[in-house]
Design a binder for this molecule. Structure first.
Ligand code: ADP
Ligand code: MG
Length: 464
């Protein structure tokens, strides 16, 4: 969701044009229709306007997530019709949903002792009050990372650095942000993504301000840097990071780092940096299991009901279905939840499993059109069998199981009908497909290995 546009920061357009929010709102209504407009867009406020981007205010996280997942692109193009230079929008949660003064944005930060660079881009690198320890749901896959994060908050530098790694959407940034929030009460916290660190670094070189760059980062006593994998292959940046790291470390500043992989897997990173990174405590966050997904959904429902003061119309069956069928990525889980809720609110009725199936499919297919051919290729490769053998009539287990898995995935990841899928599997009958789907569903319920294979296959199929 976070869009950072470093490359496009030239001053091609003048500051002169200012958005007329009232007229934009009426264009929204025309473009989106009055139903969507009044349900979602009417209360969006213009918080701040820069040359190339705007900050828009929405009332709740739920609204923000829903609007970004669904309407952000179109909102952006509407805005561009009013001001061509805008290439990015950011959403900010504001309490009232009404326009607020610009100063409000800043003042939430200045109460806390968080170092900021006055530059507007870096200003956006603030701690998000909504990502805290209280709303981080703990389960098997993230317990150690959670406990270690809490521990350094109780006792600074007990592990230094603390290195948290794991796949996308599993809660790393949430945890880092929670550490920052907790520690900023009493410390000078610097929280930055590696990408923005680079942005600032390059800018300082260009402006001949390296001295203040160094001072700036080195005065923190808690330094949190997100997505360090970004430094791979960037020699100059690594050099600077190494020195920043060392000088912070020497004065016993707490360093917290997140990454998409463990330190030893960081290719194209200097060995001396890798060894620094792994010199403290290295912990991982894994994919959430069913129980954790259920608890997260429970938490989201609670948050929703608290902020909307209304009861959610979701049956236990539907909740379990979402937990079971969503991918192992918490960000997507929440995205799906938001869609289901929105769908239910708009259609004004309780949803059944079938509705959810359609919504989930829509989510999976929205980013990517998956073909049955691709599913078959990836699956046969994955099990190291011949594609022709997999589609053949032979019944040996080593062929039949992958065949069933491929049919199952064809059903789950495409919108093809059962007979269509059957035809793509050497003209099998649709009842064979039904049987395959049921069989794999059933095995997945009890067999970890199967579940893991399916997850891996799904992500292979959906990746490029
Ligand atoms: P990452 O940085 O690992 O890619 P994020 O921290 O951005 O992932 O998490 C993605 C989304 O999932 C965020 O909205 C975050 O609040 C939510 N999330 C992740 N883990 C949890 C959790 N354990 N409890 C509640 N929300 C979570
Ligand atoms: Mg992250």
């Amino acid at each position: 969701m976070e869009k950072i546009s470093i490359k496009n920061s030239g001053n091609t357009f003048s500051e002169e044009s200012h958005l007329n929010w009232g007229s934009i709102q009426s264009d929204f209504e025309k473009a989106f229709g009055s139903e969507i407009y009044s349900s979602w867009l009417r209360d969006i406020s213009l918080v701040k306007e820069y040359n190339h981007y705007v900050v828009l205010g929405v009332q709740t996280r739920f609204f923000r997530d829903w609007i970004t997942s669904r309407y952000a692109d179109r909102i952006l193009s509407e805005l561009q019709r009013h001001k061509l230079s805008i290439n990015r929008i950011e959403f900010k949660i504001v309490e009232t949903g009404k326009a607020i003064k610009n100063t409000k944005l800043i003042s939430t930060v200045t109460d806390r002792k968080i170092t900021q660079i006055t530059d507007s881009v870096l200003n956006y690198n603030r701690l998000n009050p909504n990502l805290n320890f209280d709303n981080f749901v703990v389960g098997k896959s993230n317990k150690i990372a959670f406990l270690s994060s809490k521990k350094i908050c109780d006792k600074l530098s007990i592990y230094n650095p603390l290195f948290i790694y794991g796949g996308v959407g599993l809660g790393k940034t949430h945890l880092m942000n929670a550490i920052g929030l907790e520690l900023s009460k009493k410390n000078n916290v610097m929280f930055i993504s590696a990408e923005r660190f680079m942005y600032q670094f390059i800018k300082s070189i260009k402006k001949n301000e390296m001295v203040s760059f160094k001072d700036f980062f080195r005065k923190a006593n808690v330094f949190i840097i997100d997505d360090i994998q970004f430094i791979r292959g960037k020699e100059g940046l690594q050099e600077e990071f190494f020195h920043t790291f060392n000088s912070l470390f020497e004065k016993s500043a707490q360093i917290v780092i997140s990454c998409d992989r463990p330190p030893n897997k960081l290719d194209r990173v200097q060995d001396r940096i890798k060894s620094r990174l792994s010199g403290g405590l290295v912990v991982d966050v894994g994919a959430p299991d069913y129980d954790l997904k259920l608890s997260i959904l429970g938490k989201k429902i609670e948050e929703f009901q608290n902020s909307f003061k209304e009861k959610l119309n979701l049956t236990q069956e539907v909740i379990e279905y979402i937990a079971k069928d969503s991918k192992s990525n918490i960000r997507e889980l929440i995205g799906i939840f938001n869609r289901v809720v929105a769908f239910s609110k708009m259609s004004n009725r309780a949803l059944n499993i079938n509705d959810c199936k359609i919504i989930l499919k829509d989510v999976y297919n929205s980013n990517k059109i998956v073909s049955i051919d691709r599913i078959q290729n990836v699956t046969s490769n994955f099990f190291s069998i011949n594609l022709e053998d997999m589609l053949s009539q032979r019944r040996s287990r080593t062929l039949a199981r992958p065949r069933q898995i491929a049919m199952y995935l064809a059903k789950k990841l495409t919108t093809r009908s059962l007979p269509e899928i059957g035809r793509k599997f050497a003209n099998r009958d649709h009842t064979t497909v039904i049987h395959a789907v049921k069989t794999i569903d059933k095995i997945s319920q009890t067999n970890d290995e199967m579940r893991k294979n399916i997850e891996e296959l799904k992500s292979l199929i959906l990746s490029d």
